[in-house]
Each structure stands twice: as structure tokens, then as C-alpha cells.
Write a protein that binds this ligand. Structure first.
Ligand code: S3P
Length: 227
């Protein structure tokens, strides 16, 4: 399985290890011996040394174009608050035992989108509400929009294709980000869909993961979703 590319400010998307919190493979939905989720047990310590663990009342879906930082922000907020997070692409790769690029090569985008919808359904109906970093194309399927809107809170991390290109160090793992002009067009087509789906939008240009994660936390606390 090819490792996925990483944004300039994040580690590998597939890394399962975590500095501050425990991965609990025995804790639901483990796959091939590895947990697909990052969970923090109630006894674990948070980064700031406190033991406070917050909870999500509903799933929170991060959407936005490739390179927006969805995975990094989800991981940072999960660690800050002691909540569980799951990255949809990683979930799919572990479930299918193939990289996203391999799935695109073997089954095309249509095949990938079917798998993606199934993964979204599974994640949206899990008993523990999680912070979910979605693939950038999740909004292209109306059936996915129904799932997102009906089961959780949707937050758009907004970025344009040029800013994304600066952040993505390795586009080879993103089959739909091979050419900047095509990516600009795709991003422009999707932008109104992201905005329509979103309950809240965070502008990410020029900002670090921590700043975005704090804004997201403030929004979720204000809305009573994160307690
Ligand atoms: C895609 C985005 C990717 C991945 C796949 C398709 C898209 O996820 O799901 O390559 O259509 O925008 P990221 O947004 O995490 O890169």
C-alpha cells in the first residue's frame, strides 16, 4: 500500500501511532488487528496534562478541497479534547487493504465513490460520535450530502487549489490532483457545494493547524456539540 502524501505541516496520514493518547484496537471496529480510529480512554492524559475528556454529541464532518488540512485539524482537535477521530480515506484503505490510488486505478472514480459512500454510512451510524475528516470529493455525491446533513455537523475548511498545491508535498497519492489547472477547475466547481453543505466555514489560508483547531473547538462548544 502506498503511503499517502502529507501536507507540509502534517505527518503521514496513515500513521497509527500517537504521542499523547492511546490507540485502542480492542475498542470497536478494529480492522486487520489495527484500529481504524483514534480513541482516547478516560484515564489518558491530554497534551496540557489535564485529564478532562470532552465528548461529541453528534458526529462532526470536516469537508473541503484536498490539502485543506482536514486530517491534521481533526487529529489536533481530537488530541486537544480527548475525542475520537477517523479519517475516511485511511478507513477505506485499511478496509479495502489498498491505497486510494490503487482503488482509483482498479475501479475508477465510480468504484471509489461507491466504497466511499459505504464507509460514510458506517462511520455516520457508529455508536460513538467522532470527528470525521472526509475525502475532498465526498460532496460530489448527493447521497453523501444526505448522510452528512442528516447525521451530523458539517464544517468546511476552505482553501483554493493554488493554496492547496503549496501545502501538498506529494500529489502522486491524490489521483484527482495531478494537474493544477484541472484542480483549479474542480475546486471552483465544488466550492458552492462545500458551502451549501456546511453549517460553518473556516478560512484556512495562511493559518496553522492549531489556530484552525481552536476556531473549530470554539464553534463546536458554542453550538453545544462539544461538551
Ligand atoms: C478526493 C480527495 C482525497 C481522496 C481521493 C478523492 C477528491 O481525499 O478521497 O483522492 O475527490 O477530492 P483528501 O481530500 O483527504 O485528499
Amino acid at each position: 500500500m502506498n503511503p499517502r502524501g502529507s501536507e507540509s505541516y502534517q505527518g503521514s496520514k496513515n500513521k497509527v501511532t500517537s504521542g499523547d493518547y492511546k490507540i485502542s484496537p480492542g475498542n470497536n471496529e478494529s480492522c486487520q488487528g489495527r484500529s481504524r480510529f483514534r480513541t482516547l480512554t478516560r484515564s489518558s492524559r491530554l497534551k496540557d496534562g489535564s485529564k478532562t475528556v470532552m465528548q461529541l454529541a453528534r458526529p462532526v464532518f470536516l469537508i473541503g478541497f484536498m490539502g485543506a488540512g482536514k486530517t491534521s485539524v481533526a487529529r489536533r482537535l481530537a488530541r486537544m479534547c480527548g475525542i475520537s477521530s477517523v479519517d475516511m480515506d485511511t478507513y477505506i484503505e485499511r478496509q479495502q487493504e489498498k491505497s486510494i490510488s490503487e482503488i482509483f486505478a482498479e475501479s475508477g472514480e465510480v468504484g471509489f465513490r461507491k466504497i466511499e459512500t459505504e464507509a460514510l454510512r458506517e462511520i455516520a451510524t457508529m455508536s460513538t460520535s467522532m470527528l470525521v475528516s472526509c475525502g475532498g470529493g465526498v460532496v460530489t455525491q448527493p447521497r453523501n450530502l444526505d448522510i452528512l446533513k442528516s447525521s451530523g455537523v458539517v464544517v468546511h475548511l476552505m482553501i483554493n487549489a493554488d493554496q492547496a498545491a503549496e501545502r501538498i508535498s506529494n500529489t502522486s497519492t491524490r489521483p484527482l490532483f495531478q494537474d493544477l489547472e484541472a484542480a483549479r477547475q474542480l475546486c471552483a466547481e465544488r466550492m458552492p457545494v462545500y458551502e451549501d453543505a456546511a453549517d460553518y466555514t473556516i478560512l484556512t489560508a495562511g493559518r496553522g493547524v492549531g489556530s484552525i483547531a481552536y476556531e473549530l473547538k470554539r464553534y463546536l462548544v458554542d453550538e453545544g456539540v462539544l461538551k
